[in-house]
Write a protein of this length. Structure first.
Length: 173
């Protein structure tokens, strides 16, 4: 019989759950499930973000609105690195400053930025915690799957997950 890790003096820890992107869809606020639509745009830019906290390693947060079947970035807050040398080669001694940036600095003179660069799937959820202190035991009543092509919503599907809310002895799979 194997002795539990805690009894052997090994503390079980978990990674910090990452802050989700937020979305407004049909008048309701949701969290994106591993959805970062801005990433496709940022891959074409020369911007390096500084992690904000252990819960936000990407270095920024966004608020998105889906209106008239189009995806819009409406709020942005991030922290970027500005290196003090022109040398592109990485070294531990390379120093940098950090700067907070807003939507206006990322997209000058725009308030609602149409995400024409984004094609892919976004899953929206409303988090329901059952037990515990982290997201590992989080379940969702429903997941809304949205498919976008160049920022335009082309398909949506709702998947309800009622079995998670049944007692364990009633679950058959």
């Amino acid at each position: 019989m194997t002795m539990p890790l805690e009894m052997r003096g090994i503390k079980i820890t978990s990674m910090t759950a990452q802050t989700s992107e937020e979305f407004v869809y049909k008048g309701k606020r949701y969290q994106g499930l591993y959805a970062e639509p801005l990433d496709q745009y940022l891959q074409t830019q020369n911007i390096e973000f500084q992690p904000i906290a252990s819960s936000c390693w990407r270095g920024y947060t966004c608020l998105w609105i889906i209106s008239e079947n189009k995806l819009y970035l409406t709020d942005f807050s991030g922290v970027i690195r500005i290196y003090n040398t022109d040398d592109d080669e990485f070294s531990p001694e390379r120093s940098y400053d950090i700067k907070n940036i807003s939507l206006n600095e990322l997209f000058p003179n725009q308030q609602n930025v149409f995400a024409e660069w984004f094609s892919g799937e976004i899953k929206l959820v409303r988090r329901v915690k059952l037990t515990g202190n982290d997201y590992h035991d989080t379940v969702y009543k429903k997941v809304i799957h949205l498919i976008f092509e160049k920022g335009i919503l082309v398909n949506d599907k709702i998947i309800k997950k009622t079995s998670y809310f049944l007692p364990k002895w009633l679950r058959f799979w």
